[in-house]
Write a protein that binds this ligand. Structure first.
Ligand code: CAO
Length: 415
């Protein structure tokens, strides 16, 4: 079966996490992704957080599946020529260098357009135009600058960053959408364009509900679904809401059987209004279904803390999986707090290809997260990440270089 992006060639000039997540998705959708790396060293993550000496790290392998790797010294004049040939051959150039690095290499937007007017140039940067546009940015900086950290954690503690890589992988996902959109527009205009996904913007997009709440707070001074209501205080900015649900259906994380020793023996429990009577039955508080102090969502809001304490008395008598099974029977929305170990061992995730075991020539077998986006006409086959420069000769030959030319460029240190 063909792939959705068959025939699309990506010049992948990305490194670390944000850019590579984007190009990995495009590769999974069938694009030919040619990763250009620094001769001799490669993407810095190849050697970061290594668990096996001299073997590409999991950090690298898990972000660079289905790509080809070529090594080019793009500061070497002959290396620049090779890059120019690649620019002429490819549809999209994706990069996430520090601001200005591509220009300093001599590959300004104008120069790229001269070489290939159809080229789409897609960039991840930490910030969009403004006071911080020249800054280098990593994941947690973006989480802080995009509003995630100030709204995550508990009211009586410091801001907290999330384990989910919303700054890096989140922005890579935004960029991938920008790229396929630009490819689609090119079918009409015949022209390339620039695509920018700033990490601050990507994080803020995912924190949209918090900007909603900022405006609600300014208008009313209080947000009744927040744990600060009714006894705590609201300030000028959206406070950290602990584990309260972001939506209109109050939720909280509750202890389950075994919580004393298992750090993940918890369940997320949502007191969804339509199933309130069923919740009351399950936890043995049938009278709450009709008691005017508890019967309506509005009446419950000032009592949420006590309500969750009562529900927790019930969840603590069950394991998170037992609780899940019972609650699901009544359509009560809830979710077990799954550890990474439990996720890694979950058979259904293996069956859907969301968790995949991959074999690597120097590492051996390892687990990775497969393509989370499933297309019925473009199934994903996860292939191992390339070794450094593994495809240099192959790609050079495709660009029309003879074996002698390739060997001369190698001697010159250009590749
Ligand atoms: N041949 C020769 N030189 C190369 C090369 C190649 N194949 N590939 C890259 N280089 C050079 C670049 O030209 C640049 O040189 P100059 O500084 O002289 O212009 C240099 O390598 C390094 O680029 P960098 O500044 O991007 O790398 P860094 O490690 O110092 O910074 C990072 C890393 C991520 C902070 C920065 O790239 C950045 O802010 N990127 C944008 C935001 C982003 O994506 N952040 C997420 C990272 S994942 O957490």
């Amino acid at each position: 079966m063909g792939k959705a992006l068959d025939g699309v060639r990506i010049l992948d000039f990305t490194h670390v996490q944000s850019g590579p997540t984007c190009t990995q998705l495009l590769a999974w959708f069938g694009a030919d992704v040619i990763k250009v790396e620094r001769a001799g060293a490669g993407d810095i993550t190849r050697e970061q957080l290594r668990d096996i000496p001299d073997v590409d790290s999991l950090y690298f392998t898990m972000l660079n599946h289905n790509k080809r790797s070529v090594t080019i010294d793009t500061k070497n004049p002959e290396g620049k020529q090779v890059l120019e040939a690649l620019i002429q051959k490819c549809d999209v150039l994706v990069e996430n260098f520090a601001p200005g690095a591509l220009d300093r290499m001599g590959f300004t937007w104008e120069r790229i357009q001269e070489l290939n007017p159809r080229m789409i140039v897609a960039s991840v940067k930490g910030f969009g135009p403004g006071p911080y546009e020249d800054c280098k940015v990593y994941e947690n900086v973006a989480q802080c600058a995009g509003g995630a950290a100030s709204t995550t954690g508990f009211d009586d503690g410091p801001p907290v960053v999330s384990g989910a890589q919303i700054g890096d992988s989140g922005t890579g996902l935004h960029l991938a959408l920008g790229i396929v959109t630009a490819l689609y527009q090119r079918t009409q205009t015949g022209r390339g364009q620039r695509v920018l996904a700033a990490m601050q913007d990507g994080v803020l997009n995912l924190c949209r509900v918090k900007l909603r709440d900022q405006q609600r707070l300014e208008r009313t001074g209080v947000m009744k679904e927040y744990p600060q209501y009714p006894n705590g205080k609201f300030g000028e900015a959206v406070p950290r809401a602990g584990n309260a649900s972001g939506g209109g259906q109050p939720g909280w994380i509750l202890k389950c059987k075994g919580w004393e020793t298992d750090p993940n023996a918890y369940i997320y429990f949502i007191t969804q209004a339509p199933v309130w009577a069923k919740i009351c039955n399950v936890i043995g508080k049938e009278e709450w279904a009709t008691d005017p102090d508890y019967a309506t969502p509005a009446a419950r809001l000032p009592r949420l803390k006590d309500i969750f304490a009562e529900i927790e008395r019930w969840t603590m008598t069950k394991t998170k999986f037992e609780a899940m099974q019972i609650l699901n029977k009544y359509d009560i929305p809830c979710g077990p707090i799954l550890s990474m170990k439990e996720i890694a061992e979950e058979p259904s995730l293996r069956q859907t290809g969301t968790i995949v075991e991959v074999d690597h020539p120097t590492r051996g077998k390892y687990l990775t997260v497969g393509n989370p986006i499933k297309l019925s006409d473009s199934p994903t086959e996860v292939k191992r990440s390339p070794l450094l420069g593994e495809h240099t000769d192959e790609v050079m030959a495709e660009l029309g270089y003879s074996p002698e030319q390739i060997s001369a460029l190698r001697t010159a240190g250009a590749i």
